[in-house]
Design a protein around this ligand. Structure first.
Ligand SMILES: [Zn+2]
Ligand SMILES: [Zn+2]
Length: 163
């Protein structure tokens, strides 16, 4: 076995019509509690792994929907299976070099560890974050790119007050 080959993770949508391969380790994996992600998933939050856009190879046709971010004014593109409606991946006008892969669509979601929770200020009541992860009240950086200092807790806390 050639150890210089990057690790490849596979995944796909609920019905199997869309499959992908993501090469190498994700740049980061995070959970977003913003209202956009809550609407998009119909759930409490969205877990995503960020990859360089060229690291992800997709088989199958994806539908797209562009949503303009209320904070940045730039579009976020949802890419979903037209048959089963799974949102498989996102791309961003603000960060064209990245592609987010929906953590829940990996064949093994636990193979990517969650390092941070963002937009905790809009987390739904009762949603918890574990200890030892970076928590951000809003995004990880200001609109001008300045990084925000994360808050960490030794144990689980309610997400809404976590940062
Ligand atoms: Zn599908
Ligand atoms: Zn979000």
């Amino acid at each position: 076995m050639d150890n210089s080959l990057p690790e490849v993770r596979e995944g796909g949508c609920l019905c199997g019509a869309v499959r992908y391969r993501a090469r190498g380790e994700p740049l980061r994996t995070l959970v977003c509690h913003c209202r956009f992600c809550q609407k998009m998933t119909g759930s409490t939050s969205y877990a995503e792994s960020m990859f360089p856009v060229e690291a992800v190879e997709i088989d199958g046709e994806l539908g797209t929907y562009a949503h303009r971010s209320q904070t940045s004014g730039k579009a976020v593109h949802l890419h979903f299976c037209p048959r089963c409606a799974t949102t498989v991946t996102l791309t961003f006008d603000r960060w064209p070099q990245y592609r987010a892969v929906s953590r829940g669509t990996f064949d093994d979601p636990d193979s990517v560890g969650i390092g941070s929770h963002i937009w905790t200020e809009s987390a739904q009541t009762g949603v918890m974050v574990p200890g030892g992860v970076d928590c951000f009240r809003q995004a990880r950086a200001l609109l001008d790119g300045t990084p925000v200092e994360p808050t960490r807790h030794p144990g689980p806390v309610e997400a809404r007050g976590a940062a």
